[in-house]
Design a protein. Structure first.
Length: 202
């Protein structure tokens, strides 16, 4: 099987993209791509990402077997997976081991100041967090310096792919159009845009 794995980053329209992929599963199947049900929580493959992060071999095996059964049932071998949780898997060699050959990584990036502002606003507004300090202190509380060094991030993932390029998409450019992030993602993985695709409500 060939795996196309969207890993985020956070604050780059991941939830909207996941909803788009989930609601267009039938249309994607017609084009030879599976967005599997197995490993999904909500509309994304957060269960799979969590099993990988925690090295839960039992859960991981169950999910991967389920994905293979889905692929065999529909007669496809191109699998699209999406979760921002993949971004935080520290042992990326394990990532390569799980997916073996035929792995592609898709990564959205965003202008760093806009990213931090969006992340900060979320932490201030979320009931469970209610962050009360200023954005300067917020920046130094979390590992933004490494997370927003996109060259470093991309090089780390290239090592997983044995030097092959990863698909990097500029979120700021894509988001200027209503269907932009969806079209941008699909074009990177070799799927032509179809006006029959369902564009989810924002």
């Amino acid at each position: 099987m060939n795996f196309i794995v969207h890993i985020g980053t956070h604050k780059t329209g991941s939830s909207a993209l996941q909803k788009f992929l989930y609601e267009n599963r039938a249309a994607l199947l017609k084009k030879g791509f599976l967005y599997p049900q197995k490993g999904i929580k909500g509309k994304a493959h957060h269960q799979l990402a969590l099993a990988m992060r925690e090295r839960n071999q039992i859960a991981l095996k169950e999910i991967l077997i389920g994905i293979k059964k889905e692929a065999d049932f529909y007669g496809v071998n191109k699998i699209i997976l999406s979760s921002e949780g993949f971004e935080y898997i520290e042992n990326r060699d394990f990532f390569k081991t799980v997916f073996e050959k035929g792995l592609q990584i898709v990564l959205f990036i965003r202008r760093q100041d806009n990213y931090i502002e969006s992340e900060y606003n979320q932490h201030v507004k979320m009931y469970g967090l209610r962050y009360t300090k200023d954005i300067y202190q917020f920046y130094f509380r979390y590992p933004f310096e490494s997370r927003l060094n996109y060259k470093h991030v991309c090089n780390a993932w290239r090592a997983v792919l044995n030097g092959k390029c990863i698909h990097v998409i500029n979120y700021d450019n894509s988001a200027s159009k209503h269907s932009g992030i969806f079209e941008g993602f699909l074009s990177q993985i070799g799927i032509d845009w179809d006006d029959d695709f369902i564009i989810p409500d924002s």
